[in-house]
Ligand binder design. Structure first.
Ligand code: PMT
Length: 398
């Protein structure tokens, strides 16, 4: 995804440095080239070798270390970077960059760069809440630096409060948003639905389905990483949603309908990966139904077909979860619902469909052309769908 992109990870002295090692690993796995600068204090917690082993690149610790080619190290690193992330960022480093002090490799590089800078503070609660630090954080925010965290919780000192380094996915999301700025979905608004609706029977029971949200979340994450502004309408799910997207939680098909109709009006594309109930109880009992009668009959009403109701120039992508006649049923739904594309998934195939991390899908377009994809991780399926959406974009008014 991020091949050819250069991330400069600047690491300062905090017990949370171990999370930066994990962050570096995730960035490398997603294809980015990661250069690391460590301050002297950072090297007291973790050795440069840890980062070097993960990034397969030399780690920069010394402003004055001899270099193979003639260049000014901090200028070269500053110019090379597509994004700079300072994680963890101590109170001392934040103070230096807030005031433009340049007395080590990290601060010189940040002062020289034109790249976007992300700062993830990590320090004790007292240091973070001190008005000096608060002023410095405000100052860097005003200069356009993106501050991620700190998280609130247990600190190394034993105290509780704000000061914990933000979790890796939060820092990663901020980095990917910057890297995706020039992606093929930059400036586009994409609405994605995910998860399974729940239709209440009474206050404790509902009609639901096995959707985990993984497929829709993968699409939202992939679109975010390609530069889109993503609105994620999420019904019931069992995994955490991606960060860096606008989250709209819903429960029922009717709530999802309201959100989809409203939000897709200004969207370039709507991708309906949610498993929406086709029927809902006609009446939801106000109190818990007692176990008194031998049999209980539920009267169900058909829910509105949400995606079919969406009109305008928005690109409409639906999913078809099928247990038989995949091609025929999916093609039928494409036509009935007026879709541009339908993603048919065979929910009987092993490791495909509900709850699993992989999916085996067939993408069908309006001309009836079908692209059968092999079993692959849902994030890869997401990119394949987005490739097709990108090809249709010139048709959209916004
Ligand atoms: O969340 P996961 O665990 O990762 O599982 C992923 C998934 C299996 C849920 C997903 O890949 C998937 O297939 N989603 C669509 C499931 C579904 O409801 O399919 P359907 O064939 O019943 O509906 C067809 C399309 O119409 C879907 O895009 C659906 O969102 C939409 N629909 C359905 C009913 C309704 N009342 N309104 C709708 O808009």
């Amino acid at each position: 995804m991020f091949e050819g992109k250069n991330v400069l990870l600047c690491v300062t002295g905090s017990i949370s440095v171990y999370k930066a090692v994990d962050l570096a690993s995730k960035l490398v796995q997603d294809g980015a080239t990661v250069d690391v600068i460590m301050t002297e204090s950072a090297t007291k917690f973790v050795t440069p070798l840890s980062f070097q082993s993960i990034t397969h690149r030399p780690v920069h610790t010394d402003m004055w270390a001899p270099v193979a080619e003639f260049n000014i190290k901090h200028v070269a690193l500053a110019e090379r970077a597509d994004v700079i992330a300072i994680a963890p960022a101590t109170a001392n480093t934040i103070a230096k960059i807030a005031r433009g002090i340049a007395d080590d490799l990290l601060s010189c590089t940040v002062l020289s760069t034109k790249a976007s800078v992300i700062v993830a503070p990590a320090m004790d609660v007292g240091m973070y809440q001190n008005s000096a630090t608060q002023e410095n954080v405000k100052r860097i925010r005003n200069r356009g630096f993106k501050v991620v965290g700190p998280a609130i919780g247990h600190l190394a000192s034993g105290l509780e409060g704000p000061g914990r380094l933000a979790e890796v996915p939060a820092i990663q999301a901020a980095i990917y948003q910057v890297l995706g700025q020039n992606g093929d979905l930059a400036g586009k608004r994409i609405v994605v639905s995910a998860g399974g609706t729940q239709e209440p029977i009474d206050p404790v029971r509902y009609i639901g389905n096995y959707s985990s949200g993984k497929m829709g979340f993968a699409i939202a994450e992939a679109a975010r990483n390609r530069g889109a502004f993503v609105t994620l309408i999420a019904a019931s799910t069992s995994v955490p949603p991606p960060l860096g997207v606008e989250l709209v939680p819903v429960q029922t098909a009717m709530q999802m309908r309201e959100a989809v109709l409203e939000l897709s009006r200004t969207a370039s594309a709507l991708i309906m990966a949610a498993a929406v109930a086709d029927y809902r109880p006609q009446n939801s009992a106000p109190n818990k139904i007692k176990r008194k009668q031998k049999d209980l009959k539920l009267e169900l009403s058909k829910t509105p077909d949400i995606v079919a109701e969406v009109s305008g120039s928005v690109i409409k992508v639906g999913f078809a979860a099928e247990s038989q006649d995949l091609l025929q049923n999916a093609t039928g739904k494409l036509k009935e619902k007026g879709l541009d594309l339908i993603v048919g998934n065979d929910i009987t195939a092993p490791d495909s469909g509900f709850s699993v991390d992989t999916n085996k899908v067939i993408i069908i377009d309006r001309n009836g052309e079908a692209d059968q994809l092999p079993l692959m991780p849902k994030i890869e399926v997401a990119h394949k769908i987005l490739d097709r959406v990108v090809a249709l974009l010139p048709r959209v008014a916004h």
